[in-house]
Design a protein around this ligand. Structure first.
Ligand code: V47
Length: 368
């Protein structure tokens, strides 16, 4: 770091970022080294400016959110991923299983999207999941249903020998609209071996999302960061997602998920906000082909999530209702947010709130 350089409206104290900016302005693709520089730099203001510029090209001042509800039907899970506080074993004091009536009680006419992700239950038959989608669809025919991570789809194969093509086709026929991005964690084989050896690996996660995309099912993608992964493993993960998107165009949004330290304590402290913001900026700049980057208030907290809107994010996720995965890991954010509060957070970030549906059709622009 030395003197300040100004190039095309951005001031740089870290001159390593200047060639990255030139590439971004030219519409060029960032490399692994560029991504590393964005995560390593202390010039986070310049990283934010560049990412904001890029976001501006995609969606102007608009920041999207959805009236949604998260439903986690059970926390009983055959897996024991080392970062997860949510998963419990049958018989544990805090293990739970929702009945179909419980699940349906979360569906009303207020919401536009339901997000369903749960534990990999040892005995629930596939038909229970299929019936869940059908019953939700019947209760609210226009609600968009975003359900089941690639890891769950893989588990239906392992447990019930239903291949992804079949489970996805059956879910689609029952009313599924799109898939959430969870379960990707970090594609690195090293991290996979150490933290989640029994879960679908990166290649399988990618294969299932590509299958969904081919079947016309859009999906999201994620990265779980801030535990034992290296900065290089984060960027390699983003490049892999970019390659999948080049092939299929099926990803709507990317969500950088900040590891919640909770009781698993893979690290003593959670990621500092400055590093969260650089992660959002690097995601926006590396993922030049994914339109929406979420500033996920549940894991970042409302204040950092709001600042994330100046670091390239253009989506706040939604109102959520009662989130359980991050909150099992002691996330400090509230369980859900009211629509007015999300609108206010977006306005505080200096942007225009836009209510959307699960597929990013605009419902309402909150112009002033
Ligand atoms: O895959 C588990 C993560 C994910 C922890 O697609 C943890 O719109 C942080 O994928 N700290 C599920 N994360 C959540 C998810 C998601 C959330 C919001 C929106 C969307 C979307 C997807 O939660 C899991 C795992 O990576 N997780 N434990 C933890 N301690």
């Amino acid at each position: 770091m030395g003197r300040v350089l100004e190039v095309e409206g951005v001031q740089f104290v870290d001159s390593r970022l200047v060639p990255i900016w030139e590439k971004v302005l030219d519409g060029g693709r960032l490399s692994l080294a560029d991504g590393m520089a964005l995560l390593e730099t202390e010039d986070f203001a310049a990283a934010g400016k560049m990412a904001s510029w890029k976001k501006q090209q995609v969606s102007g001042e608009k920041v999207y959110f959805v009236l949604n509800r998260h439903i986690n039907p059970t926390n009983i899970c055959v897996l024991s991923c080392k970062f997860c506080d949510f998963a419990k074993k049958k018989g544990d004091a805090d293990a739970y299983e929702m009945s179909m009536d419980d699940i349906l009680s979360h569906i009303d006419d207020e919401i536009r999207e339901v997000h369903i992700v749960g534990g990999h239950h040892p005995t629930w038959p596939f038909e229970f999941y299929e019936d869940m989608i059908k019953a939700i669809r019947q209760k609210n025919p226009t609600l968009q249903i975003k359900a089941f991570t690639a890891s769950e789809i893989d588990y239906f194969w392992r447990r019930w020998k239903i291949p992804p093509e079949e489970s996805l086709a059956r879910f689609k026929a029952a009313g599924l609209d799109s898939m959430p991005g969870g379960g990707a964690e970090v594609f690195s084989e090293r991290v996979h071996r150490l933290l989640l050896p029994a879960k679908a690996n990166g290649a399988r996660w990618a294969e299932i999302h590509k299958t969904a995309h081919r079947m016309g099912i859009k999906s999201n993608c994620t990265l779980l960061y801030g535990h034992i992964e290296t900065l290089e493993e984060r960027i390699v993960h983003l490049i892999k997602l970019r390659e999948i998107q080049d092939e299929t165009g099926g990803f709507l949004a990317f969500i950088p998920l900040e590891y919640q330290v909770g009781h698993t304590k893979l690290r003593p402290r959670h990621t500092p906000p400055m590093d969260d913001l650089k992660m959002i900026a690097a995601s926006r700049l590396m993922l030049d082909n994914i339109p929406y980057i979420k500033s996920y208030w549940v894991m970042l907290g409302e204040a950092t999530a709001s600042i994330g809107l100046n670091f390239g994010a253009n989506d706040m996720d939604g109102t959520i209702g009662k989130e359980r995965i991050a909150h099992a890991a002691l996330a400090a954010s509230p369980g859900g947010l009211a629509r007015d509060r999300i609108v206010r957070i977006i306005k505080e970030g200096g942007r225009i709130p836009v209510e959307r549906d699960a597929l990013y059709n605009e419902i309402k622009v909150y112009a002033n």
